[in-house]
Design a protein around this ligand. Structure first.
Ligand code: G3H
Ligand code: 13P
Ligand code: ZN
Length: 310
């Protein structure tokens, strides 16, 4: 099957009332854990790479690790996606180096500037058979070096979303309806603005919507982290049933990074505490990889609904 774009994947997900998991990848164990889960559940998957991941692992290593993952799992349809592309040059570099999808994140700009930069990326990408995700509205939380406080977060305006999609020709759109990046998403009760999502769905029927900041921050991992020497009190994510509901609506791509971090850290901490004699990285990284696989498998089957859709 190899690398594909999101076009067919999103069309089928939209019509079938499920979503594709977009998982952030930073190293070999993460890629292996995700791919084993996708393969065992016969699920399509999006592997996404942030600027931070490129800086950490080196773009060449990441691309070759993904190539290896595809070779080892030939039945899994895989999209290689740039997460939160900050500028045209980063998008161009990924397009020129085998990515099948890029995100240009112009949400920090004015509407007009966002349209202009997105249009430029769309033009370059489409000429080369690559699809483009754009963003309108502002999520709270931390992504790369940008920190948006809850007060500065801005819900997406449905009418602006329509104008933006028409003006740019982007293939999918990330919107702000109350999710945020990181492990501290809600102080009180979790709330998502389904009314905004519904309105966008009405105005743009069939158009794929993306949900960033969609980790559910499983409390078993938070508890494990805190029990084994960590300090992340009050970490809280988007309840899984809320994500399931979004997946039955226009949301075709659900972004998950923090849950991978938590699964790995919780299990490595447990290993270091309970087995202090261990010093072989394969032991604790192996446990971390297994935890990623189990968590991703659960998302595919119970949250995204993407099992057996490969
Ligand atoms: O949107 C943010 C993702 O979680 C990526 O995080 O920039 O630290 O790699 P990162
Ligand atoms: P989380 O921090 O909720 O995992 O979100 C990840 C994300 O949106 C990556 O773009
Ligand atoms: Zn994001």
């Amino acid at each position: 099957m190899g690398l594909v774009t999101t076009s067919k994947m999103f069309k089928e997900a939209y019509e079938g009332g499920y979503a594709i998991g977009a998982f952030n990848v930073n190293n070999m164990e993460i890629i292996q854990g995700i791919m084993e889960a996708a393969s065992e559940n016969n699920a399509p998957v999006i592997l996404q790479v942030s600027a931070g991941a490129r800086k950490y692992a080196n773009p060449v290593y990441l691309k070759k690790l993904v190539d290896a993952a595809i070779e080892c799992n030939p039945n899994v349809p895989v999209v290689l996606h740039l997460d939160h592309g900050a500028d045209f040059e980063t998008c161009k570099d990924c397009i020129d180096n085998g990515f099948t999808s890029v995100m240009i994140d112009g949400s920090k700009y004015s509407f007009e500037e966002n349209v202009a930069i997105t249009k430029k990326v769309v033009e370059y990408a489409h000429e080369r058979g690559v699809v483009v995700e754009a963003e309108i509205g502002k999520l709270a939380g931390v992504e790369d070096d940008v920190n948006v406080s809850n007060a500065d977060a801005m819900y997406t305006d449905p009418n602006e979303a329509v104008e933006f999609v028409k003006a740019t020709g982007c293939d999918s759109l990330a919107i702000a309806i109350g999710t945020s990046h990181g492990a501290y998403k809600f102080k009180g009760e979790a709330k998502l603005r389904y009314d905004i999502l519904e309105k966008i769905q009405q105005l743009l029927p069939g158009f794929p919507i993306v949900l960033h900041g969609a980790s559910s921050v499983p409390q078993e991992f938070v508890k494990m982290c805190n029990e084994y020497g960590g300090n992340i009190p009050g970490a809280k994510g988007v309840p899984e049933e809320m994500l399931r509901k979004a997946a039955t609506m226009a949301v075709c791509k659900i972004n998950i990074d923090s849950d991978i971090r938590l699964a790995m850290t919780a299990n490595i901490r447990e290993c270091f505490t309970n087995e202090p004699e261990v010093f072989d990285p394969r032991t604790y990284l192996g446990k971390a990889r297994e935890a990623v696989k189990k968590m991703v498998s659960h998302k595919i089957v119970d949250v995204l609904g993407s099992a057996n859709k490969a």
